[in-house]
Design a protein. Structure first.
Length: 327
């Protein structure tokens, strides 16, 4: 009798403990129940926007629900990203962010979300090489000539960025400091207007992504001085990296990442990861991304989590040392 009572109590306790998990399990099993939004917290045309639009239709076909892309730019990406952090953690609202996502806390101490803790990583979509570009009127055909000219004309040159706090701002200022230059920062509302002024010789240099600038390089409207990452570009193997050209210790690249709100059931995250990674590695999408200058990744959620944590620490320290803040 005592044994039966003990077993009954254990069964009751087990049911009580598993009851809160039942709605999550049901939600994951029935996913998706409505259209899915991928919020891109930047202006159209950038690497995140390109990637989101390439995966949206095939993801919708696989999941049986429409997948739409919504650009919600502003405040260095924090407006759109905050909307995803506040969304229901049910897999129906996602974010596609770039590497500047992890700059948030260092740039804005009052950021209304934690770039790492408030999101469930889905996958690193692609890595994007960055390049140092010069305006056509700048009298420098390579990095050595650019550095010599900039040092001979302190305070006279400027570097363009896609906005204060963007990765193009942080990396441009890093180059400024590391090379001992005195260039003014000129922020724009996105890369496109920055490129227009660069072509028109209203600013002198920029560090930006290869996909966003490849057409200008190919047409000769902008001069490619160096690859900004650790390796030379397959498209331009004769062009050195900045480190090779004399800026020791400099290495910058961008990436795209698909995120869900923290608390999204692991089964949903795993399903999204499987489908999106398969789409990224499909011949059609891979060729489109590689043709735009990106390197397809398609990582596990754990690998993306490690990247987010590692780069938040690395670049958070760098940003604080350079004294960059967005108040």
């Amino acid at each position: 009798m005592i044994l039966r009572l003990a077993i009954a109590r254990l069964m009751t306790l087990g049911l009580a403990l598993t009851a809160p998990l039942a709605p999550l399990a049901a939600r994951a099993a029935d996913y998706p129940q409505q259209p899915i939004r991928i919020i891109v917290p930047y202006a159209p045309g950038g690497q995140a926007d390109i990637t989101a639009r390439l995966i949206a239709d095939p993801l919708g076909a696989r999941l049986g629900q429409p997948v739409t892309v919504e650009n919600r730019p502003g405040a260095n990406g924090s407006i759109g990203t905050a909307a995803v952090a506040r969304a229901q953690p049910d897999g129906h609202t996602l974010a596609l962010v770039v590497s500047s996502h992890v700059f948030g806390k260092a740039l804005m101490p009052g950021l209304p979300y934690d770039p790492v803790k408030d999101f469930a990583p889905v996958t690193l979509t692609a890595r994007t090489p960055l390049v140092l570009l010069a305006a056509p009127g700048l009298p420098a055909k390579d990095v050595a000539e650019f550095l010599a000219y900039a040092k001979a004309h302190p305070g006279e040159l400027s570097f363009a960025s896609a906005g204060s706090g963007s990765n193009t701002h942080v990396f441009g200022q890093w180059l400024n400091d590391l090379a001992g230059l005195d260039m003014a920062h000129i922020p724009y509302k996105g890369s496109t207007p920055a490129h227009v002024d660069l072509v028109a010789d209203r600013v002198d240099v920029t560090i930006d992504s290869l996909p966003a600038t490849q057409a200008y390089i190919a047409s000769g409207k902008l001069r490619l001085l160096a690859a900004a990452g650790e390796q030379r570009l397959p498209q331009y193997p004769e062009v050195p990296t900045l480190a090779e050209a004399g800026v020791s210790g400099f290495s910058a690249a961008s990436w795209g990442a698909l995120l869900a709100p923290a608390g999204t059931p692991p089964a949903i995250v795993a399903q999204l990861n499987r489908e999106v990674v398969d789409i990224l590695r499909s011949e059609k999408v891979r060729e489109r991304l590689e043709g735009a200058g990106m390197i397809v990744v398609g990582s596990t959620p754990d690998a993306l989590a490690a990247t987010l944590a590692e780069e938040e620490t690395k670049f958070g320290t760098l940003i604080r040392e350079m004294g960059i803040r967005l108040d």
